[in-house]
Design a protein around this ligand. Structure first.
Ligand code: ZN
Length: 191
């Protein structure tokens, strides 16, 4: 990953950020992008329209927000949807910065060595995603944009939320240990 492949906020992202309902995004997350503490790249990542990740570069962790450029340019996703997605990724950045989850949770190159590590990795992933989606749904409701997240937010606060979330996360997951862990936690954690 070379530094030259990174971008600055384009006019659409600047506009979304300037109008963002969350001060933590307007002033915190995006200032960190502007100052280069979080790198921004427009690049297609299979299955993801946007992803916050942390990778080791020359022995130091590098925080990166990756946005799929064709999805971002497309008119199929509304500004409200992108506002929610940016907030979701900012929650992950906060989890990483505050050490709330293992750093490997955000490293797409990390491969656990055995079953125990895979199960632990899956648990960390589950709690990271659960918090990000819960907060995203809270904002969606505030914006009157619950419909943007395909029915998940209508279930917020009920036990069905976790089951729906497990299905959503499993759709992008091939590892059987991770899938089983998601489904176990979805039926055991409280709403
Ligand atoms: Zn997420």
């Amino acid at each position: 990953m070379s530094i030259s492949s990174f971008a600055s906020l384009d006019s659409k992202l600047e506009r979304l950020v300037a109008n963002h309902p969350m001060v933590s995004v307007q002033e915190g997350f995006c200032d960190r992008i502007r100052h280069g503490d979080i790198r921004l790249q427009y690049k297609a990542r299979h299955g993801c329209t946007a992803i916050f990740s942390v990778t080791m570069v020359d022995g130091s962790p590098m925080r990166v927000l990756t946005i799929d450029p064709s999805a971002f340019a497309s008119a199929l996703k509304s500004d409200a949807w992108w506002t929610l997605v940016i907030f979701h990724e900012s929650v992950h950045e906060c989890q990483y910065r505050k050490g709330e989850r293992d750093p490997q949770t955000f490293d797409p190159t990390y491969r656990p060595r055995d079953r125990t590590e895979w199960a632990h990795f899956a648990e960390e992933k589950w709690y990271a995603e659960r918090e990000a989606y819960q907060k995203e749904c809270w904002l969606a409701q505030r914006m009157g944009a619950q419909h943007e997240l395909g029915g998940l937010c209508e279930l917020a606060g009920t036990h069905r939320f976790d089951r729906q979330l497990a299905r959503l996360l499993a759709a992008n997951e091939t590892n059987p240990i991770v899938r089983r862990t998601f489904s176990r936690l979805a039926t055991s954690t409280q709403a």
